[in-house]
Design a protein around this ligand. Sequence first.
Ligand SMILES: *[C@@H]1O[C@H](CO)[C@@H](O)[C@H](O)[C@H]1NC(C)=O
Ligand SMILES: *[C@@H]1O[C@H](CO)[C@@H](O)[C@H](O)[C@H]1NC(C)=O
Ligand SMILES: *[C@@H]1O[C@H](CO)[C@@H](O)[C@H](O)[C@H]1NC(C)=O
Length: 704
Amino acid sequence: MRESTWVSLLLLLLLPAPQWGGPQDGRREPEPEAEHGPLQPFDLLYASGVAAYYSGDYERAVRDLEAALRSHRRRLDIRTRCARHCAARRPLVQPGSGPGAELPFFRALLARASCSRSCQSQRLGGPASRHRVSEDVRSDFQRRVPYNYLQRAYIKLNQLEKAMEAAHTFFMANPEHMEMQQNIEDYRETAGVEAIQLVDREARPHMESYNAGVKHYEADDFEAAIKYFEQALREYYNEDVACRALCEGPQRFEEYEYLGYKGGLYEAIADHYMQVLVCQHECVRELATRPGRLSPIENFLPLHYDYLQFAYYRVGEYVKALECAKAYLMFHPDDEDVLDNVDYYESLLDDSIDPESIEAREDLTAFVKRHNLESELIKSAAEGLGFLYSEPNYWISYGERQDENRVPLGVNTEGAEVHGLSMGKKSLPKIGRDLREGGPLLYENITFVYNSEQLNGTQRVLLDNVLSEEQCRELHSVASGIMLVGDGYRGKTSPHTPNEKFEGATVLKALKFGYEGRVPLKSARLFYDISEKARKIVESYFMLNSTLYFSYTHMVCRTALSGQQDRRNDLSHPIHADNCLLDPEANECWKEPPAYTFRDYSALLYMNDDFEGGEFIFTEIDAKTVTASIKPKCGRMISFSSGGENPHGVKAVTRGQRCAVALWFTLDPLYREVERIQADEVIAILDQEQHGKHGLNINPRDEL
Ligand SMILES: *[C@@H]1O[C@H](CO)[C@@H](O)[C@H](O)[C@H]1NC(C)=O
Ligand SMILES: *[C@@H]1O[C@H](CO)[C@@H](O)[C@H](O)[C@H]1NC(C)=O
Ligand SMILES: *[C@@H]1O[C@H](CO)[C@@H](O)[C@H](O)[C@H]1NC(C)=O
């Protein structure tokens, strides 16, 4: 019976506890939302929705949660509009010279402030300060937690499609949440809505259009590709305005809080302004970052112009192709392929057009100009005010350009080639690739245990002594150190099972903690170093021809909760595949989003064995028949290809704590985890400033 199946699945999922007080904390209730009345603050609506959820009033939970989401969205919109409006209405002016010369500037500044204030309070129907919310609530909205409550509430009301939408929206920003993926499949089946296109209610238009552009481009439909990329660019620049407006919100002066902040006029302005400016400068990363990810898509904005130059060329619009190619060169002036293209496009122009007169596109020129001015300003301020800043490479582009799409032109072009981009064409399914194994293990002490055959599958390997006892202890203590201090997972039950606690830390976070002296820096670096060691071994053992890149690295500990271990029949981590959605009934693994389709190899590196249960298992595609079982221990590493050929899971941990470093790799440089680059940046800073303690250059919006 379906109903009981998904009801029990729902029970498996523990709701995160509301962090700002439960149902009975006596907060005032928000008035029901009036169409034209003042906007209700979203934190009040959210609290009320969650309280209603726990009291079993699902209609009200849905009403208030939906209202909270609307209010949240509307507030962002109001801030953006007001920032735009006041920037236009109240321009800042240059100070003159002589006594009182600064007054016109400050007059303009004050006028801007009062414009912003009256604009916002008018549209919000009350003072903007009413809408300031705690960090926790902000972070919940950023992580889309309200959708987690919503999906359950909709289920209780038997509104399956809405539940599915909410679940999908949550899952897009929390892709590690395997259970949600299962829910979506279950809802789909229960509702019999096979064909329904899952809607991400928080989709960011510029990314949607970009993806649509890529899709059409890959299908050689260049007219449509142009339409979508152009739309993506318009949306990108709009989003950029919104992102920058949000940066103009209140700032925190954490470092000074305990001292009682007492900056003088110029210091206080400088402190605040620098935070705003750095935040705005970082919008480049923010806009290129997919929901739920720490790291941006590499080279995101330039890629728009790269695709466009080729697409315009293909539809015969050579002037536009040139404008876009030249725009791309503003980011990467030495890109030979695009330089060639420029020459070639110029040769195609009508004689009446002077090639020199065609410049890089205006939208981008203005953007880059401002971006460069900001860089300069931040760098010189850093020097003058004594903080540490190293400019990230925002347009970094790794690996070779994908040139499978080289298009040899027709007869009259004397062998000219035009270079476009191709991303999708090479990612053949695993089966299509030449599978090999048995390459050198590179490091002297590693012992080979089992190959694929001995592990009863394909592309699997088990190795021992990848870490020494001492390294295991050291890593384990990093794990404990970080988890003691706590992060988003602290004290929470596992996303996979309510009978265990689940805690994790990324390399970047470990380094940050090391930098702050909360865990030994040397140990944090060990985490960074051993993940690189693992990467090299996997790349070598499976004899991969191209570079294997990090896709995600995560240290995870699962701790059995005492008193909840009797007659457990659930797994610590349900059976799944890493790059496709396992569909045991159909004997298929669907390689499509929201699975991480770009992951190619996975590895787990263990650091302890003082726990019960927690075996790693491979199964058949039926997700039931166990084909191999591995007991973790210090220094043991299991690695395998990430596809449907390797469904796997973790058996229940019934006593103690099981810690491991989970690593996912990709062969596609486009999906290389840029968090790794940030970690590299941190390492560079550490080397540079071994003994000092300075501000860390990390995007403040990263969820560290
Ligand atoms: C890897 O490279 C070797 C020699 O360079 C080549 O023979 C082989 O076909 C390549 N394998 C794959 C999977 O591309
Ligand atoms: C291999 O093991 C020996 C003895 O335990 C140790 O001294 C050496 O550093 C190890 N080598 C590596 C590369 O870990
Ligand atoms: C592989 O399968 C055989 C036969 O079922 C089994 O005895 C063996 O333990 C399996 N290998 C592993 C590593 O679990």
